[in-house]
Design a protein around this ligand. Structure first.
Ligand code: SAM
Length: 284
């Protein structure tokens, strides 16, 4: 909600986050959600959906780099990638930096977020929507996953929180269809909330992943505007070895990829899977 020049996010019952609105650039409802973009003195342009911070110009690199380069470099030969959500284009931007990726399917429920992000947040997609490897599908990710018979090496779920249209992307049914759509060495990674504030979300996903994948855990990255401590990124893989690729191999793959991230490094990749006790306790 907007009050006296501040955007206040009330995602949690007893903890809120307010960002000063330097200038309100856009405020409108799409078919699915209330979409705002405003300028903030610290984070630059801020995108909110139903008043919840989705991504910002200033700190989006952390989240987008860690949700893409970790599974792609762990896999080592990912050619077909599926993005569920990701309407702002940040995930697509980072995936398409990998020349080894042949084809990206992006399934976003709200065309308004895509159209809007192209115009008001071009620094997020940086031309990704024009890349010939990208196939943009406007659909509910859960419906797409149920219907598709395609196979993917990496599935990235860049969804809103499990409220509103994003809720279906946190269900056993969705995860079951995703497991079927992954190749034998496939990896799925998910936006799984801030475990200090949304622990049950992580527990639910991990319980579903343990029933579906040879390897089920999460890894952590700290994004300043996803408040309450490090964010958990869910990890499920049919490969028992992808997560334990050694540092030297990751470094060689990273060098060959020729990318220049501002957060991701092979050492950060490995360290991200070292979980503190309170997070481990959330994994059944
Ligand atoms: N990085 C953000 C976060 O961690 O919350 C997510 C950003 S991205 C803007 C989230 C996207 O998920 C939005 O564009 C939203 O429209 C999309 N989305 C929500 N529910 C969806 C669904 N059922 N199928 C496909 N896309 C969905």
């Amino acid at each position: 909600m907007t009050e006296d020049g501040w955007n206040t996010e009330r995602l949690h019952d007893h903890f809120a986050q307010s960002l000063r609105i330097g200038e309100m650039l856009y405020d409108s409802k799409t078919e699915h959600q209330r979409l705002k973009v405003f300028q903030n003195g610290t984070f630059g342009r801020v995108l909110t959906l139903d008043d919840v911070v989705q991504t910002t110009e200033g700190d989006n690199f952390i989240y987008h780099e860690m949700l893409t380069h970790v599974p792609i470099l762990a896999h080592g030969a990912a050619k077909r990638v599926l993005i569920i959500g990701g309407g702002d284009g940040g995930i697509a931007r980072e995936v398409l930096k990998h020349a080894t990726v042949d084809h990206v399917t992006m399934v976003e429920i709200d065309a308004g977020v895509v159209d809007f992000s192209k115009e008001y947040l071009p620094m997020l997609s940086q031309g990704a929507f024009d890349d010939p490897r990208l196939n943009l599908v406007i659909d509910d990710g859960a419906a797409f996953m149920k219907e598709t018979d395609a196979k993917f090496d990496v599935i990235i779920v860049d969804s809103t929180d499990p409220i509103g249209p994003g809720e279906v992307l946190f269900t056993d049914t969705f995860y079951g269809h995703a497991a079927r759509a992954l190749t034998s060495e496939g990896i799925i990674v998910t936006q799984n909330g801030v475990p200090f504030m949304q622990g049950a979300e992580l527990t639910n996903t991990m319980r579903a992943f343990q029933a579906l994948f040879a390897d089920a855990t999460c890894y952590l990255a700290t994004i300043p505007t996803y408040v309450g401590g490090p964010m958990a990124l869910g990890w499920g893989s049919h490969s028992e070895s992808a997560r334990t690729v050694d540092l030297a191999t990751l470094e060689a793959r990273f060098a060959a990829a020729g990318i220049a991230p501002d957060y991701y490094t092979p050492a950060v990749h490995k360290a991200a899977f070292a979980l503190p006790g309170y997070v481990k306790k959330l994994i059944p």
